[in-house]
Design a protein around this ligand. Structure first.
Ligand SMILES: Cc1cc2nc3c(=O)[nH]c(=O)nc-3n(C[C@H](O)[C@H](O)[C@H](O)COP(=O)(O)OP(=O)(O)OC[C@H]3O[C@@H](n4cnc5c(N)ncnc54)[C@H](O)[C@@H]3O)c2cc1C
Ligand code: SF4
Ligand code: SF4
Length: 1023
């Protein structure tokens, strides 16, 4: 490593090929109305999916309409652009690199994501290709319908992606695959021409085939291939519920009904035939009644072998999990949500679980089916047959969802494996006839065991689909070789059991196995189909098939992998930055749901760079580039705290800002993405891998500003905990200065801060002048007898509530007194959160050490300590741990509900009143304490009140984010996204909000300040 004192300048890496630059210029001139991105960062954010592969595209376009997509093809049809290639993209959640391309990404998810028409009378819906599946179901639910094919990634995968991978999942025996519901497609071919498909008579299809142009060419080839190879097709295509991706020649013509549907070929074509711009689906009535039977087994094999019996008992779906997945769930907080629904069986060790669901319209028929199954299970238990040790029924929807939520979470937990070996997707969706599944799995397990690999298994046993992700280290070149070896072995093994390796998630880079699977003759037909749709091999080249008569190659399992880049980062740096390196790209952070905390900056920008995955990807690449140039970020971090290094850096920065012209520096691209983060911490808990953007963002900023000048605003924010107490000594004067229009104008124009809040008048000190809070004297507290001391409750002040919302602290003092305890207001100590947010890490470490020393001294007295603001309280738990390690000590600052709940039964209960409130909880609090809503409900009910939970996402303020001028628009849009509407529907006096930021955002947007729950509790107890 070099002796550099700051991070180096990072020159542009892979520049965009000239042909793409010319093409994009022409596209713009032709009137393309969508976005065009060519920056390295934007390209990098689309270079990965959930697979092990990494492929940098040339650029990305985000069309706004079908006409835009047509322009993409039409401009490329000019001879000079023959070499331009396309990769259609939706949610980018593929597990085998399906959407990765070396050409131009055409991403429909950003703008083409609307429901066009719902027709409940005729049970169909039309949608745009970039619509997320759960959003579609949100639109259908009020009509009593849903889009039946299910998939685990339903909150971020798009219908375009679903069609192109022919997605399906739980319940596929009954609910089918995406292609089973596809009525019509409006697609655009590579030459920009429209192709509109629907099921039509053979005569109509022949008429189309007799015409001219691209559409006619497609129909001619489809008719020729299906008619001439009918017998071979029937022999070759496996009789499985799951079809493999490829071109579904078997279903393109329904010979019985003499109907032709070219849409069946587009389904499962992995973007290699056409862009799906719009689709028409049939929709399914929501089941009126559901029951989940959780069948417990002594071992996983027993669960597998018993699954066909469950299917025979007419179940809608049968899902299974192995002991590894079950045990992960048991060790996680998620188990609390289901422990009463999946209880242990006394005297037995539960090592396998089948979740057997019945979902029906007819209640009587439903009950009969459930009764038949339970009778069968009772019999098995009595006879100690089939390893069944017990079962439990769950009938209400909320509990059913909790169990499925546990299953999904546990599967995500597999990804959190410690060490360098991480579960990876490459053979994770094998499918064999269900009756062969148990034998197949036993052999598959033996195969993985022979390579000494760790894994967990779960799957849709009713359809014979098994999910398994062996833990491997892709930074180790030998493991990469092993991946190829196991791939080949699994292909052979699935063939032995009359199944296939790609039973659910598509082929992608596994396309090389296509010829072997289909056989030469049939694969030639697939190539002819490809040639008819896309003669120049522009559409996702190398995936599924290449045009007949071309010498283009299929992509291969050996394609360039992410590990090939990651292994360039030295191990010590990788280990130090696991918060970013470990992102596996599953895309959970793209959650579309505006009421979920994850991830506000992505939601408001629809730009993948501004998601946790985008930031983690940029950070990984940054680490790679920085270390390649000889700098070690971990060493630089240590140096950054020395005064000499800081002095040198200041001088160099100053020199640089005068003498170095603004440069095309990758450091700035990373910084742009980091600046957009609200540091709300939703990713830290909601990401299954716990990718922690606020932590690596602060570390990046710390190093970035060793090289570049900081904006003045950062200093103003970072020092706010020091000057605010001084301002509060003369609050009226301070408010007169801060609140006047000249200061507002100046603050916006100079430091870029807007809507600065006003200090509380009267101040907290004035409010507590005659109050019951004990003045803090450490020696006096120490000298109190244990009897007296146990009545004390310490209040830890934070700068925001104390100085800007003093009435909340006053309410807390009064409430604690009302509970018969003695409140003690601790002297204000800076918490350091504003320093951390801006990446002043050395200063933060000092602040944290100081505060921790103080709080640990109090902790030794065994007194409860309460803080009011969730963001600051969580800083003590999380950022302090990172900064101080073991030196953080054991002190525990609790939120009010954490203190109240355990002792609730000992506090005097109150009769129910008519007081009702609505809680808009803080995102950080919801993320770290998932039970928060229920906790507040129990507390309010104890004191005779009622509190309703209002699901909301981020309010858009997030500390100082919303006060920074460059974030204004996003901050307000975020508020409009999920807060504005429920706020408008809730009477002001009923609104409760736990976060200081949220209360001040409501004040800014609505003109009133909501109460903190403690103010409402005080109202209740003072009645
Ligand atoms: C954790 C996890 C769990 C999963 N579980 C399931 C599951 O239960 N069932 C299942 O079926 N899959 C599952 N998958 C795989 C994946 O989510 C699906 O394949 C999904 O359908 C992909 O949708 P997407 O919008 O993300 O598409 P992308 O990944 O963006 O693209 C997938 C393919 O479709 C093409 N494509 C996308 N949009 C268009 C368009 N508009 N026009 C033309 N081509 C297009 C792309 O070129 C690519 O070939 C899972 C993935 C992960 C990471
Ligand atoms: S940040 Fe987390 S949720 Fe997002 S893609 Fe990475 S691992 Fe998945
Ligand atoms: S901290 Fe919040 S805004 Fe930042 S990446 Fe994580 S979820 Fe997104």
């Amino acid at each position: 490593m070099s002796d550099q004192t700051t991070i180096p300048y990072l020159p542009p890496q892979a520049s965009v090929e000239p042909i793409y630059i010319r093409y994009l210029d022409e596209l713009k001139k032709a009137g393309f109305s969508g976005d065009i991105e060519t920056s390295f960062g934007a390209r990098l954010s689309l270079a990965t999916d959930n697979s092990v592969y990494q492929q940098l595209p040339q650029a990305a376009v985000f069309p706004r309409s079908t006409a835009d997509v047509q322009l993409v093809g039409k401009v490329a049809s000019r001879a000079e652009f023959d070499a331009v290639r396309f990769g259609p993209r939706g949610g980018g959640t593929g597990t085998n690199g399906q959407s990765l391309t070396p050409g131009l990404v055409v991403d429909l998810s950003r703008h083409m994501n609307q429901v066009i028409e719902v027709n409940p009378e005729q049970s169909w819906v039309t949608v745009q290709g970039g619509l997320v599946k759960d959003k579609l179901n949100d639109a259908l639910r009020p009509h009593g319908f849903f889009f039946a094919p299910d998939l685990s990634t339903s909150n971020r995968a798009t219908v375009g992606g679903m069609i192109n991978t022919d997605a399906s999942g739980q319940g596929s025996l009954v609910y089918g695959k995406t292609s089973d519901h596809l009525l019509a497609v409006k697609a655009v071919l590579a030459d920009g021409s429209l192709l509109e498909t629907h099921a039509m008579s053979l005569a109509e299809a022949r008429q189309k085939a007799a015409g001219e142009g691209s559409e006619a060419q497609v129909y001619r080839q489809v008719l020729a291939s299906c008619e001439q190879q009918r017998e071979l097709i029937d022999q070759t295509f496996p009789p499985l519920n799951r079809f493999l991706t490829g071109y579904d020649l078997k279903h393109a013509i329904d010979w019985e009904q003499e109907l032709v549907d070219v849409g069946r070929l587009i389904a499962g074509s992995e973007g290699s035939l056409a862009f799906v711009c719009e689709a028409k689906f049939n929709i399914t009535p929501l089941p009126k009644i559901r029951t989940l039977v959780n069948v417990k087994y002594s071992d996983f094999e027993a669960a597998l072998r018993n699954a066909p019996a469950m299917v025979e008992a007419n179940a809608t779906s049968v899902e299974t999990v192995d002991s590894k997945v079950l045990n992960l769930a048991r060790q996680d907080v998620v188990w609390h949500s289901v422990s009463d629904l999946i209880e242990d069986v006394p005297g037995h060790d539960m090592q396998g679980l089948n979740m057997v669901e019945y979902a029906d319209q007819d209640e009587q028929a439903h009950q009969q089916k459930v009764a038949a199954l339970t009778a069968k299970l009772d019999d098995m238990i009595a006879k100690q047959e089939a390893g069944v040790i017990g079962y439990q029924l769950t009938c209400d929807l909320a509990s059913i969802n909790r169990i499925y939520g546990m299953r999904k979470k546990a599967v995500g937990l597999l990804g959190k494996a410690k060490g360098s070996r991480k579960p990876i997707a490459f053979a994770e969706d094998t499918c064999v006839p269900p009756e062969n599944l148990a034998d197949f799995i036993m052999e598959f397990r033996a195969l993985l065991d022979s390579h000494d690999l760790q894994y967990g298994m779960f799957g849709h046993v009713d359809a014979g689909v098994l999910h398994v992700r062996p833990a491997m280290d892709m930074c180790d070149p030998e493991q990469e070789v092993l991946l190829r070896q196991i791939s080949d072995q699994v292909v052979a093994l699935t063939a032995k059991y009359r199944g296939l390796m790609w039973g659910e998630h598509g082929k992608g880079y596994r396309s090389e196995y296509g010829p072997e699977f289909f056989g030469e003759q049939l694969f030639s037909e697939l190539r002819k189909i490809k040639g008819a749709f896309d003669p120049l091999n522009r559409m996702n080249p190398g995936k599924i098939a290449t045009p007949f008569d071309s010498d283009e190659q299929l992509v291969s399992v050996d394609a360039k992998k992410r590990g090939g880049y990651d292994r360039q980062i030295p191990v010590n740096v990788r280990d130090s930055f696991t918060q970013s390196v470990d992102c596996n790209g599953n895309g959970l952070c793209f959650n579309y749901d505006v009421t979920s905390p994850m991830c506000p900056s992505y939601k408001v920008t629809a730009d993948r760079r501004h998601s946790p995955k985008g930031r983690a990807g940029l950070m990984r690449e940054w680490l790679r580039q920085v270390t390649e140039l000889g700098a070690d970020p971990t060493t630089l971090e240590q140096q950054a705290s020395s005064l000499t290094a800081q002095a040198k850096a200041t001088f160099a920065k100053w020199k640089r800002s005068f003498f170095e012209p603004a440069s095309d520096d990758f450091n700035h691209e990373v910084m742009d993405a980091m600046k957009g983060c609200l540091a709300c911490k939703a990713c830290t808990t909601a990401c299954p891998i716990n990718v922690d953007v606020p932590t690596f963002r602060a570390r990046f900023m710390n190093l970035y500003y060793q090289r570049y000048q900081r904006p003045m605003r950062d200093y103003v924010i970072a020092t706010s905990e020091w000057y605010t107490p001084l301002m509060a000594k003369a609050p009226r004067l301070a408010n007169a200065v801060v609140g006047n229009s000249l200061t507002s104008w100046l603050s916006e124009k100079t430091i870029g801060m807007v809507d600065l809040p006003l200090l509380s008048v009267p101040t907290l000190k004035q409010r507590l002048h005659h109050n019951a809070a004990l003045a803090f004297e450490l020696d006096e507290i120490k000298s109190l007898s244990a009897e007296v001391r146990k009545e004390l409750v310490l209040i830890v002040q934070d700068p925001f509530t104390t100085y800007y919302d003093a009435q909340v602290v006053e309410a807390l003092v009064q409430f604690i007194s009302a509970m018969g305890k003695q409140p003690v207001l601790l002297p204000f100590k800076p918490n350091g959160k504003p320093q951390h947010i801006k990446g002043f890490l050395s200063a933060f470490a000092k602040t944290a050490a100081d505060a921790a020393a103080f709080l640990n001294e109090l902790h030794a007295l065994d007194l409860p300590m309460i803080g009011l603001d969730p963001a600051l309280v969580m800083t003590y738990r999380d950022e302090y741990k990172h900064a101080l390690g073991d030196a953080r000590g054991e002190f525990n600052v609790m939120l009010l509900q954490e203190w109240l709940l355990p002792q609730l039964s000992a506090l005097p209960a109150q009769a129910p009143s008519n007081k009702s409130y609505t809680l808009f909880a803080h995102c950080t609090e919801k993320s770290y304490l998932p039970t928060t809503h229920g906790d507040w409900q129990k507390i309010f009910s104890h004191f005779g009140g009622e509190v309703k939970n209002q699901p909301v996402g981020c309010c858009g303020m997030a500390g100082t984010y919303g006060h920074e001028a460059p974030n204004q628009q996003n901050s307000k849009e975020l508020y409009a996204m999920s807060w504005a509407e429920p706020m408008a529907q809730t009477p002001q006096h009923q609104v409760l909000s736990t976060g200081y930021s949220c209360r001040s955002q409501v004040k800014r947007m609505e003109g009133f300040k909501p109460k903190h729950p403690v103010e409402a509790l005080l109202e209740l107890v003072q009645v």
